[in-house]
Design a protein around this ligand. Sequence first.
Ligand code: NDP
Length: 600
Amino acid sequence: MAKAGAAAAIDTEALRRKYAEERDKRLRADGAAQYVRLESGFAGLATDPYTQREERDRVTDHVTFAFIGGGFAGLVVGARLKEAGVTDYRIVEKGGDFGGTWYWNRYPGAQCDTASMIYMPLLEETGHMPSEKYAHAPEIRDHCSNIGRQYDLYDNALFHTQVTDLAWDEARQLWIVRTDRGDAFTAKYVGMGTGPLHVAKLPGLPGIELFEGKSFHTSRWDYGYTGGTPEGEPMTGLADKRLAVIGTGATAVQVVPNVARDAQELYVFQRTPSSVDERNNRPLERDWFDSVTGPGWQKAWQENFVANLGVGFPAEDLVDDGWTDLGKRIRAQVIDMPPEQRTPEGIMAAFEDADNQKMSEIRARAEQIVGGEAGEKLKAWYRQLCKRPCFHDEYLQAFTRPNTHLVDTDGKGVERITARGIVANGKEYEVDCIVYASGFEVGTGFTERAGYDVTGRGGRKLSEYWADGMRSFHGLHVNGFPNVFFVQQNQAAAFIANYPHNLVDHAETVACVVRHAEEKGHATVEPSAEAEQQWLDFLLTGPAARLGSTECTPGYYNNEGQGYGEQERFALGHPAGPLGYFGHIDQWRKAGTFSGLDFA
Ligand code: NDP
């Protein structure tokens, strides 16, 4: 039945049918097994093209705090712990420098996709003013280095080092950290911030090893081959090259305009179109920045952003972009509703109407900017949050260039790779270079992605403890694993669009707990089994609707259309959303009693 009101022009039922048809086209029996790891052995694809690995002596000392991962998580936890007086903090990082995702992702056009003002952590502490509303990768990477320098995090860091094993030594009440460089050092506390998207994946295409040209994953961009720089210098090496990009996700959306500019010919292989709304990026002005910042400004901005994405009614929208637009539309519809219709079902219907309008506008954008058959094929037929929403001012425009060809595969994807190129829709496209914009592993077990297991009290393995899904207290502490902090989003402010907000908040908690333990002279801190169970029970009272609906087009949000497996079924957030979590934790920290944690 067509809906009345603001969405009158949209036939909701017809749209639902269309979305279901498009989803069905993309469903595959092999689900997430269609992908293989970057490390699976293709020459050159898995190496670090950015930093020379240096030989060093093995490390066998002791530190108060070891953190695994040198991205935002390790940096912000380090900053807060240094402020709390922990001087010997060590980051162990598999890349050659700090940055995490921003170390690896140097592809042309990489930039943050939530606003710099809320995305770049510790802006207040470092005094950095982002140059653009959405800063580009080199600036974010520099920011990471600056945090490292400002808080002396380089001193103790181990780069190009992967943890292989983490074991609790009950007798000494310490963690033993072993690495692939032969290190075996001890730490009183361990933090883990290995990131949700750090294991690059490739489509497991037949013939992928046969290709005789150049190929690399977007997170291992080879500027030696393409020419140019991450800062945007033209990639002169591509001037006489036929280039293929496989994938049209958030990464490809940023890559395509740049390679379209520089390559002789560009073929973009599409399985599912992304929704690409306008980005409206612009430089930030010093006068404006000074006028909106003051003590506590960044936290206020981050909270305002979350509030604008939620169902509350914040008085202002500080970020004011494509992310907050959807929230504003839903609220506008709810405000227009007679009070008796403001039921959970009524609000869900308003959400669907607002989404349908938004997606119709985004589809119209593809038609207006690109037009023709390509414009039709670039239309995304699913609800906006089924996939990471994309925003870009030059992506769609790239398809109007004569050298840029969209190869839409109607949901089937690339068939195979040959020595000379790519086969799709039964046709071989000969190319010189293949760029795999094929994303990162999601939905596998934590220890599988992290690359090491954790052995806690009594020999309990984390992989076994979490075999039926994650269990934690506040998403940060786990029973049986004393003095460990999991700096990630599940069972905390899950599904937050601005991921670093969660990390900054966790960092505050880690510092608060460690400071308390150190001041009181405790050897261990650990959540009780009861507190952990109560937290899980509380999370399970939340709404069932969440990211990962199997009604969505397949992708990593919904385990390639197959829904959550055992590992992911407790990938929950606070029932009242991220703001509910932040509010809860703020109160918990302020109370100072640390209820749920046992100190000994
Ligand atoms: P995604 O997993 O989102 O995209 C992978 C792409 O590869 C999809 O378009 C997928 O198609 C396609 N693909 C896979 N196999 C085939 C095949 N056989 N044939 C054709 N196409 C294929 O990875 P991204 O790297 O783009 O993004 C991952 C996440 O990283 C984002 O969702 C976002 O969270 C984050 N990100 C953040 C950015 C930022 O903050 N600036 C920028 C970029 C990424 P299909 O959709 O059909 O599966």
